[in-house]
Design a protein around this ligand. Sequence first.
Ligand code: TMP
Length: 209
Amino acid sequence: MKGKFITFEGPEGAGKTTVLEHLMRDKEMLNMAPMFTREPGGIIISEKIRSVILDKEHTEMDSRTEALLYAAARRQHLVEKVMPSIREGKHVFCDRFIDSSLAYQGYARGLGIDEVLSINQFAIDEMMPDLTIYFEIDPEIGLKRIAASDEREKNRLDLEDLTFHKRVQEGYEIVLQRFSNRIAVVQADRAIDEVVNDVKGILKKYLSN
Ligand code: TMP
């Protein structure tokens, strides 16, 4: 039996990485034997591409270059890690995937959601997520959370201003409408335990069906 491909999306500071860290330690979740991974990254080549994309020194990076690098990292990660795990019957829990590119590069950078979808279709070859959990948060609250956290690395995209992050959120809203059949929304501006519980509830219901 094939595993499911489940992605976690949201603007900066929405807390999805923290929630995933909770799920990694959760017995009920571990019984489902999921494979946790992230984008851009998850394997050596894609982690290297990640450091090129997110390097704060690379202020000259062109938006199309950025979109292509995300798609390249995505392709390699899919082929090397995600697809083999799914074939082995594991459920893959991936921190960010194509919807990030649609919201950030397609909408916030202004490249066009359809244009970015099209270069990604080449990269993913119809391997869309089975389920996406979207962490909804006001970008102002998200950015404040990041500013207050010493642990989190500050990357090139974190340096963008609030206007950019508001556009990311608008981009996600379009993506939510377009792919409403596979996206579940959780309210992320609450205590972490409440958010973890909601996410667990969604996953348990989905994976037990
Ligand atoms: P992270 O902070 O969730 O690890 O993600 C790294 C940054 O990359 C974050 O600012 C979102 C951004 N990103 C894109 O702009 N497009 C993409 O396709 C992906 C996967 C991430």
